[in-house]
Design a protein around this ligand. Structure first.
Ligand code: 3PG
Ligand code: MG
Length: 396
């Protein structure tokens, strides 16, 4: 893959626009999870250390083109400063008089955060005039926001047309790991796809099945596959409209010589609540009034056995209802098996998307995978084989 990095930029004394993704969880005006801030800080710090005047751009939440005070980035400046290790000034607008004055006052090595780009409707429209207005604020553009790269917005795509640009360190790390995991993997390659719905992952399943040696399906979407194979799934969450889609994925796997690993046993309950009475049954013995909420130990044993020869693994989505113990056991056991194989040096493991990071954190192994992406939608679109506009804009 050919994209520029900040190694190729001469930044001293330059105004460098850094598109970060500071769309972080917040409650009562306080940041509740700083994972993304920690990932974005190194690029900002490096540029500041090299004498750049760093101007940070980001969206926050979905204000739909209006100024929504509760979606201001103001409260992100202090936590960002802690992670960058330098003061971070804040401007209360994005391309207005306050931003321009603050930029004019910046000294080499100083950092400024601008207000939420999505307070302007032109941002999501990728409006040319707005993109040019953003570009006019800086001399160089660095995109470090892989998790926003599936959006063709002014601050992620449009602005790159008007300034010399490069990928930041976090963007670079995401792209390098995804490349090693999917484009150029050591084989055998395994993908784990879990989560609730086949319907939201049709493109992803069809793309992965053409790339991997083994596709492991977990979560409620496995129920749809079991139903497609004629199993009675009782009250389990599943998508009756998607049985043909599931059969098609199974057919594609056969044609391509990929193995599909479905659960062979499941943990079932009549109620879905913490600590609910439950039992483990083979997948053809789910009662009419029962629902599958997790995979069972035989399924985990089969997964672990398949993992033994695997060299590269891509993981998206949990195996069961991991937020509701005891239905977290399958996800925890599988995540720990991957972590152990990775620690032993046998496996390159890359995880990302939606609930996945929370599931790994719950399993206590989020630092034991080779790489955990902070991206949700962008990671999924990558797994679907789609081009990401924010990445394409950086290509040489
Ligand atoms: C995310 O959190 O997924 C990214 O910041 C993108 O946000 P969006 O889904 O609102 O575009
Ligand atoms: Mg999103």
């Amino acid at each position: 893959m050919s994209f520029r990095t900040i190694d190729g930029l001469d930044v001293r004394g330059k105004r460098v626009l850094v598109r970060a993704d500071l769309n972080v969880p917040m409650a009562d005006g306080k940041v509740t999870d700083t994972t993304r801030i920690a990932r974005q800080a190194p690029t900002i710090r490096e540029l500041a250390e090299k004498g750049a005047r760093v101007i940070v751009l980001s969206h926050f939440d979905r204000p739909k083109g209006k100024v929504v005070p509760s979606m201001s980035l103001r409260s992100v400046a202090a936590p960002l400063a802690i992670h960058v290790g330098r003061a971070v000034a804040f401007a209360g607008d994005t391309i207005g008089a306050e931003a321009k004055a603050a930029i004019a006052a910046l000294q080499d090595g100083e950092v400024l955060l601008l207000e939420n780009t999505r307070f302007h409707a032109e941002e999501e429209k990728n409006d040319e005039t707005f993109s040019r207005a953003l570009a006019a604020l800086g001399d160089l553009y660095v995109n470090d926001a892989f998790s926003s790269a599936h959006r063709a917005h002014a601050s992620t795509e449009g602005v790159a047309r008007y300034l010399p640009n490069a990928a930041g360190r976090s963007m670079q790390a995401e792209l390098e790991h995804l490349e090693r995991a999917l484009a150029n993997p050591r084989r055998p390659l395994m993908a784990v796809v879990g989560g609730a719905k086949v319907s939201s992952k049709i493109d992803l399943l069809q793309n992965l099945v053409s790339k991997v040696q083994t596709l492991v399906i977990g979560g409620a979407m496995a129920n749809t596959f079991l139903a497609a194979e004629g199993k009675n799934v009782g009250k389990s969450l599943h998508e009756p409209d998607l049985l043909d889609t599931a059969r098609n994925v199974i057919r594609m796997a056969k044609t391509q010589g990929a193995a599909i690993l479905l659960p062979v046993d499941v943990v079932v309950a009549k109620d879905f609540k913490p600590g609910a009475a439950h039992r483990t049954v083979p997948v053809d013995q789910i009662g009419a009034d029962e629902m599958a909420l997790d995979v069972g130990p035989a399924s985990i044993a089969a997964f672990t056995a398949a993992l033994a020869g695997t060299r590269t693994l891509v993981w998206n989505g949990p195996f069961g209802a991991f937020e509701t113990p005891p239905f977290d056991a399958g996800t925890v056991a599988a995540a720990r098996a991957v972590a152990a194989a990775t620690r032993a040096g046998n496996l390159l493991s890359v995880a990302g998307g939606g609930d996945t990071v929370a599931a790994l954190a719950h399993s206590g192994v989020e630092n034991d995978f080779s790489y955990v992406s902070t991206a949700g939608g962008a990671f999924l679109e990558w797994l679907e084989g789609k081009e990401l506009p924010g990445v394409e804009a950086l290509k040489a």
